[in-house]
Design a protein around this ligand. Sequence first.
Ligand code: PEP
Ligand code: MG
Length: 572
Amino acid sequence: MSDPETERRLHGEGATPLAGVGRVVWYRPETTVDLPDEPAEIDHDTEVERFHEARDTARVELERERETARERVGEAEADVFGAHVQFLTDPQIEEGVEAAIGNGLPAPHAVREAFAGPIEQFESMEGRTAERADDLRDVRDRLLRLLTGTERVDLRSLPEGSVVFAERLTPSDTAQLDPAVVAGFVTATGGRTSHAAIFARSLALPAVVGVGDGLYDVDEGAEVVVDGDAGTVVVNPTAATRAGVGGGVDAPVRAEAVETADGKPVEVAANVGRPVEVDAAVERGADGVGLYRSEFLFVDRASPPSEDEQYDAYREALDAFPSGRVVVRTLDVGGDKPVPYLDLPEEENPFLGDRGIRRSLGVDADLFETQLRALLRAAADGAGDLAVMLPLVSTVEEVRATRARLDEVAADLADAGVAHADPEFGVMIETPAAVFVGPDLAREVDFFSIGTNDLAQYVMAAARGNERVAELRDFRQPAVLRAVRETVRAAEGEDCWVGMCGEMAGDPALTELLLGLGLDELSMSAVTVPAVKQRVAAVDTAAASELAAAVAGASTRAEAIDRLEGGVDDGS
Ligand code: PEP
Ligand code: MG
């Protein structure tokens, strides 16, 4: 029974805050299939014809898969297959293949050659644009499979409890995974914003991406724990590790609002990125949406969503929470969030560059106006309460300038006789500057929402995607805890509630601390809502305040952790 091998861990990026345990099934798609040797002579017309036939079949397949993805994952996610059709029918690719055939290559070789340049081009770019290389590979491999008659590995009929291991998973691969059967997946490449990761969240599948070459040392059939929360893969887990799997995320769902044991109401909301995630938020008992990452409406498409498309998306969320609140964050691009058609400039340090509200008040002013129109209209019509929130604020001027834009947009709508309303207006606190000018900001807005993902990276000067500085940007660093404490203090005495929508809010182990620090609202991935609601109901606010004073007063991270885990005694 006992496994002869010892437990070991691989690290990557968690795609979903869920954990699963199962056995490794290696998925090695046809990319690795050797192409037949080039024949000395080819019949030019036959090869061109073969290519066209493969392309027609690929198109039919893609349309079918688009339907499956639409049913299983959602409308927005299915759009990626539209992008694949575009790549498939791209005249440049067609010309490339035909030119290569003209140079004497058979169709499969010509396809490989024609895709090589564009794939390399995407790979050399940054962030999400680089991930488009995966889409191109997906299209290329589909054509190669059809041209070489290679059988496709069927991800739909995997044994129960499979954990799929792969170099990478394409959107079409991921959409085939059935969450009722598959325990999770792990990829060597990819990041949190890759399609595979986005689909994993929508399917509520435990997943870790970007593990690197260490993945290839894990054998088929090995038992593994996929911890999408911690971003780790535990190979040959001990009984104790296995027993700890899923802790925190399988609490009972409570649809009703919660209050602490001594009666303080606390809003527990969900973070969503796409319309389909709104359903998951309702199912998990969220009170509303505390962070609607509206930039997700702008990615994976060829042009920005129209005012009406945005209006529909915001309305859908509002209607899902008729007695709740939906906080829509305005477009937050730049940094790690590129949108290909916006043509973001190359910046030496994009995290400190033109991103978030800076772009909305600058180069993206027109897009911003469209978004504000959609928001003000949705605020009038939706069943629930809409709130508008600004990303990456660092000055009072940014807030005032946006307020002025909102007033102009409202006046235009009024002139045109279009129904609109004045939504709640707030800012994310995710820069040290916003913390320092917190008292001034609190006088300008209705609420703060602390974005600890960015706040921790900027306070600690430790990039959020860089594993080597993970300990530095730990939320239990005294500097991060004090930034949170100061933010709450800044709002005291003002008509300004304070929430948190960074990942820190979704950790049930920190719920008591956060309530003790004085937060009114916590917003997180839908999967952790039940566990956090359970914790909230058990908190006594007086004890929580004592705990928070001790933990935020610690001089070191280790001391903060000790105090957090050991109770209130601060030992001083
Ligand atoms: C944050 O920075 O904490 C946040 C919630 O925003 P995002 O993760 O989208 O940058
Ligand atoms: Mg942020």
